[in-house]
Write a protein that binds this ligand. Structure first.
Ligand code: HSE
Length: 303
């Protein structure tokens, strides 16, 4: 077997009212450097060791095995996997999706499954339950999709977004998705649902027609989840005025939070310096779309 490298991009889900349905791949990555070994081992960066196991309870391994079994295999060739992680854990930037997609890529390569991107997407949805993070992690770009437990439908957008800046405002604490989902109501009124669906429709139409200022406006119109979740993000209420002064097109809670993403069609060092100073309790990082999605690269053959 050869040494090979898998890279999976971070993702930002929801984009406001596109709850559980819209997501974008961004320019932060998890890298898995893989080589044959006598037993499975995940070499995890020191700062992530409290959260990511080194053995077979690792989500990457569990997903790889799930994929293998779904395709009729009972085991995977033992592999030493060295993780390089630039995607912060439990911050709303798709860290668990990077593990799920990384695991599917791993099984695909080790067992030469040659799965299509759609087949990978379907397996990832079975594991994640919703498609908004795993879709863009596999395909890159913006993914608009729906998964009802069986059917998976999607539209993949890639055009006209290269020059946008997606500013990540990342707090230094973790927020588990389960906790953030626990704040959501079990039911909402019909009239409210129709209105929310209208906002989501306009968001998607704006993304598809590259009307970024309208997309930014719709990001802030969301009533599905942000009104409930913003209580978990101290400072969120103050972002509106701060970001407006720097001509942000709009902002939203990334995935389940606690990261906020602000969209800019024009970005410069002055904005970076001012926002870093004002939002000093957060890590500020300008990101761009990743258009490639997950990739596997063969590095060298074993003699
Ligand atoms: N759409 C999901 C949510 C993303 O907002 O809960 C996190 O898995």
């Amino acid at each position: 077997m050869s040494r090979f490298q898998i890279t999976v991009p971070a993702t930002s889900a929801n984009l406001g009212p596109g709850f559980d349905s819209v997501g974008i791949a961004l320019s932060k990555f998890v890298t898995l450097d893989c080589q044959p070994a006598d037993e499975w081992y995940f070499a995890v960066p020191e700062e992530d060791q409290p959260y990511i196991p080194s053995g077979k309870s690792n989500l990457i391994y569990k997903t790889a095995l799930y994929t293998a079994e779904a395709l009729g295999f009972s085991e995977l060739p033992p592999t030493y996997v060295e993780l390089t992680n630039d995607v912060p854990i439990a911050r709303g930037l798709g860290s668990s999706s990077t593990a799920v997609v990384g695991g599917i890529e791993l099984a695909d390569h080790l067992l030469q499954l040659e799965l299509s991107r759609y087949e990978k997407f379907k397996i990832a949805c079975e594991i994640e339950g919703h498609p908004d993070n795993v879709g863009p992690a596999i395909f890159g770009g913006i993914m608009v999709s729906n998964y009802d437990g069986e059917q998976l439908d999607y539209v993949h957008l890639t055009e006209g977004m290269k020059n946008l800046t997606w500013l990540a405002i990342i707090p230094d604490y973790h927020l588990e998705t389960e906790k953030a989902r626990g704040l959501l109501p079990i039911e909402i009124e019909y009239k409210q649902a129709v209105n929310n669906s209208g906002s989501a429709n306009v968001l998607v139409a704006a993304l598809a027609t590259k009307n970024w200022s309208l997309a930014g406006k719709m990001m802030q119109s969301d009533q599905w989840h942000q009104p409930y979740r913003q209580t978990l993000i101290p400072g969120f209420a103050s972002f509106q005025e701060i970001l407006r002064k720097e001509n942000s097109l709009g902002h939203y809670i990334s995935g389940a939070g606690p990261t906020t993403i602000a969209l800019f069609d024009e970005w410069d060092e002055g904005k970076h310096t001012r926002l870093t100073t004002i939002l000093k309790d957060f890590h500020i990082e300008p990101l761009h779309v990743n258009l490639n999605g997950a990739k596997t690269l063969v590095l060298a053959s074993e003699k």
